[in-house]
Design a protein around this ligand. Structure first.
Ligand code: PAF
Length: 284
């Protein structure tokens, strides 16, 4: 496995390898969710590459950039064991030259849901992913359904900027009790870890209502809120039943509606989602 830290090394190294090439962009502190993306990238391509970069521009001023969990030696060992050929681990200066001014902004999609709660977040994501695609030129790039809005924003960006890359979205990986894997789960203490199950419980309630024929999106939102309000450690940021492409809130839900939520458990903000008629919020 080659570990490269500069854009020119990354380009040179990938140019010498066969195609198709699959890229898994990450911020490190890898878990089974990331590894499921890596395995898919490895299975579908001649070469699997990954990036580890905690991207400062996608964190708000009061967010957890400085405390974001990191463990580079462990991450590299995991990627090597999965057969990744190239890992790009740039510095902040390598990705963001001094006095850089250019920002990629995907417009309205970036300002809904997570974008409303975290202004500027998706501009940071779109900008760094653009730089990675520009330099690493993957044939396919892999993202988790866990960050549903991120996948919608990136797909739109790829379409708008005509990037010749296929975006592959892989299912959310959950613990056996339903908690979606996230690097931020590391912040939860034992009591909060139990409380965090309220997210998957609320999503399961939505899926059950849908299975029973409920199609009034507001009823689904209210039922989810009532599940969430039963958890004293949880503070709801939003509950949404939205069109999966436009991310507009729906009046009538149906198969394919994106049900998502953000909840603070203590000081940790967690997100999760399901697609009605497709996913379950239990272990798979
Ligand atoms: O999903 C993530 O880990 C990040 O948002 C990404 C796509 C690596 C961009 O920094």
């Amino acid at each position: 496995m080659r570990i490269v830290t500069t854009l020119s090394e990354a380009r040179q190294c990938l140019d010498a390898l066969p195609r198709p090439q699959g890229l898994v962009p990450t911020m490190g502190y890898l878990h089974e969710g990331h590894l499921s993306l890596v395995r898919r990238a490895r299975d579908q391509n001649a070469v699997a590459a990954a990036t580890i970069f905690v991207n400062p521009t996608q964190f708000g001023p009061h967010e957890d950039l400085t405390t974001y969990p990191r463990d580079m030696p462990r991450d590299l060992a995991l990627l090597e064991a999965e057969g990744v050929q190239v890992v790009f681990t740039p510095s902040v200066e390598e990705m963001y030259p001094p006095q850089g001014e250019t920002v990629v902004s995907v417009g309205a999609l970036s300002r809904k849901l997570e974008g409303a709660a975290r202004p500027g977040h998706f501009d940071g994501v779109a900008t760094v992913v653009t730089k990675l695609f520009h330099v690493m030129a993957p044939d396919r790039a892999y993202f988790g359904q866990k960050d549903a809005q991120q996948t919608v924003v990136i797909k739109r960006m790829v379409r708008d900027l005509r990037f010749p890359v296929e975006i592959v979205v892989c299912p959310t990986v959950r613990e056996s009790d339903g908690l979606a894997l996230s690097s931020r789960n590391a912040y939860l203490d034992t009591e909060e870890r139990k409380a965090a199950l309220v997210l998957s419980r609320a999503l399961t309630r939505a899926q059950m209502l849908h299975a029973k024929g409920e199609r009034t999106a507001e009823r689904i939102r209210l039922e989810m809120l009532s599940v969430l309000q039963d958890e004293p450690l949880g503070e709801v940021d939003y509950v949404s039943v939205a069109d999966p492409d436009s991310l507009d809130e729906q009046t009538c839900s149906g198969d394919g509606s994106l049900v998502s939520l953000a909840v603070r458990i203590g000081r940790t903000r967690l997100i999760d989602n399901i697609v009605l008629g497709c996913d379950t919020a239990s272990h798979r």
